[in-house]
Design a protein around this ligand. Structure first.
Ligand code: NAP
Length: 251
């Protein structure tokens, strides 16, 4: 990668975001590790620095417009113009429809969709100026429907439409926009789901593995590798795509 490139990865204190931040740094980018709390993001930054990379920790809520504006400005001031954006921050508020509150609905749609919108709008200014950019949005196999996740499925399907629309709008400026849609990945998020449904995490993983063609569960690094491809210089003719990273053809 061109060492002048600066990436922002949201929700990068842990899980898929942290693995993606580490991977992009290993590929030579300077990386802003953004999460709700700056102190939480510092762990990923230390790992990147220990490996010889360059990173800064940024605290911001991606759904807060003024916080996003300030965060992106800080990245530009401290690392340089951000032209790679990975919209990864996410939350779950699972429940069957009849038990789902309006608060559960709003919280999920707000972080995933409003968050990706605000971050992308703030970063596109730098991408258009530089006539180069990459946006990767984290969708999910849940976009195809998943019991107990009406809010999350709607958000993740919404991100696919968002991806394709930004690909059309930003393509003339050298900016590609793609989505990665993971299946079951071992992170704090899936561990919390196992706890919520009262299944030991190891059993939860075994259940996922049994339904996965490659007979293993996904790791954050599996997703990071797909994101890194979309962010690479040589992926400049790939845009508006959704890549399922799910260990098989069935989501
Ligand atoms: P995770 O371990 O829960 O990490 C998500 C990170 O996002 C956390 O550090 C969280 O911070 C942060 N975050 C939440 N709300 C935020 C906000 N408003 N602003 C900034 N940061 C925020 O999740 P993950 O499993 O790595 O998932 C990462 C992404 O992949 C999500 O978009 C998720 O929906 C998607 N995905 C995951 C899977 C899977 O199986 N794990 C599958 C498909 C798609 P706090 O810890 O402070 O809340």
């Amino acid at each position: 990668m061109n060492p002048e490139r600066v990436a922002i990865v949201t929700g990068a204190a842990r899980g898929i975001g942290a693995a993606t931040a580490r991977r992009l740094a290993a590929d030579g980018l300077r990386v802003a590790v953004l999460d709700l709390e700056e102190s939480e993001a510092k762990g990923t930054v230390d790992e990147i620095k220990d490996a010889g990379g360059t990173a800064v920790a940024i605290g911001a809520d991606v759904s807060d417009e003024s916080a996003v504006t300030a965060a992106v400005q800080r990245v530009a001031d401290e690392l340089g113009a951000p032209t790679v954006l990975v919209n990864n921050a996410g939350i779950l508020r699972d429940n069957l429809l009849f038990k789902m509150t309006a608060g559960d609905w709003d919280a999920v749609l707000t972080v995933h969709l409003r968050g990706a919108f605000l971050m992308s709008r703030a970063v596109q200014k730098y991408q258009v100026e530089q006539k180069w950019g990459r946006v990767v949005n984290l969708s999910s196999t849940s976009a195809l429907g998943n019991r107990g996740q009406a809010n999350y499925a709607a958000a993740k399907a919404g991100l696919q439409g968002f991806t394709k629309t930004l690909a059309l709008e930003l393509g003339p400026f050298g900016v590609t926009v793609n989505a990665v849609a993971p299946g079951f990945i071992e992170t704090a998020m899936t561990r919390a789901t196992a706890e919520r449904v009262g299944v030991p995490f190891e059993d939860f993983i075994a259940g996922a593995v049994a339904q996965t063609a490659v007979r293993r569960s996904g790791q954050p690094e599996d997703v990071a590798a797909a994101v890194a491809f979309f962010c690479s210089e040589e992926a400049s003719f790939v845009s508006g795509q959704v890549l399922y990273v799910a260990g098989g053809p069935k989501a």
